[in-house]
Structures are given as C-alpha cells and as structure tokens.
Design a protein around this ligand. Structure first.
Ligand code: ZN
Length: 160
C-alpha cells in the first residue's frame, strides 16, 4: 500500500468512526431517505433550508464505511452554502467518482473527498459513496417543489 493509499484509508476510517453531523434536525425543512439495497446502506438526510441556503444538515445513517465516510464529508462541505452551490459540489464529486480513468483533483473545500477515489476501482462500492449525494439532490429538488406546491412527505431515494 502506498503512502497516499494509507492516508486515504485513514481519512475514510476517521469519518467512519467519528461521523460529522450525525443525527436528526427536529425542525428540518426537508427530510429524505436513501437506500442502497446492494450493500444495505440506509440513511435519512435532514436539511434546514432558509433563504435558499443550507443552514443546517445532518445525516442519520447506518451503512458501510464508504457510505458513512462519504456522508460525513458531504455534510462538512455543504454546511452554510446556497442550494445552487450545493448542486455544483454534487456535480464535481459525481464527476470524480464516475471518471474511472483519471485521478481528479478537487477544489480545496472538497479535498478530503479525494480519499474516496480509491473506491472507483470497485463499481459496486461507488453506489455506497454516491448515496448521500443523490439523496441530497432529491432533498434539494423536494425543497424547490415544496416552495412551489406545498409540503411533500415520505420521499425515498434508491440507488440504481
Ligand atoms: Zn455500502
């Protein structure tokens, strides 16, 4: 194992053992569940969105190390950002994870997430890494729909 692989592994294990922003937001403006049946990952994502900005974000998750670490790092990146910026972060992350041939450098705000690049070698595990991000996209979409149409309950995202 190279030094870089070792550092990546430490980052993932750190977030797995001490996941950031783990828990429930009682006053969440949107709450979406995500499931990855292939691995058994399950999570509920809570957002407190105000003035089109993510004021608070928490995840209650039960999943593998890749899933937990990815979700933990995602909450750190998203906190305090406008929804449009959050969508841009999702795009950057997904582009990295879905580009199998190249090693992609991420912007400074997202640097820790480079640790998940090793997962690209294992197509099944990519879904574990993407689940929190796809769930966030659904939560953003739900937020916009609710702004237009009123409350929506009980959304679930399933990875394909
Ligand atoms: Zn998993």
């Amino acid at each position: 194992m190279s030094l870089l692989d070792e550092l990546y592994r430490e980052t993932i294990l750190d977030h797995y053992h001490n996941p950031r922003n783990q828990g429930v937001i009682d006053s969440a403006t949107v709450e979406v569940e995500g499931v990855n049946p292939l691995c058994g990952d399950e999570l509920t994502l809570y957002l407190d969105v105000n003035d089109n900005t993510i004021r608070d974000i928490k995840i209650k998750s039960r999943g593998c190390s890749i899933n937990m670490a990815s979700g933990s790092m995602m909450t750190e990146v998203m906190h305090g950002h406008p929804l449009e910026q959050a969508e841009e972060f999702v795009k950057v992350f997904k582009d990295m994870m879905l580009n199998k041939d190249e090693t992609i450098a991420l912007p400074e705000d997202m640097e820790d997430l480079e640790a998940l690049q090793g997962v690209k070698k294992y197509p099944v595990r990519i879904k574990c890494a993407l689940l929190p991000w796809n769930t966030l996209l659904e939560a953003i979409e739900t937020t916009r729909q609710e702004a237009a149409d009123g409350p929506i309950k009980g959304k679930t995202v399933t990875t394909e």
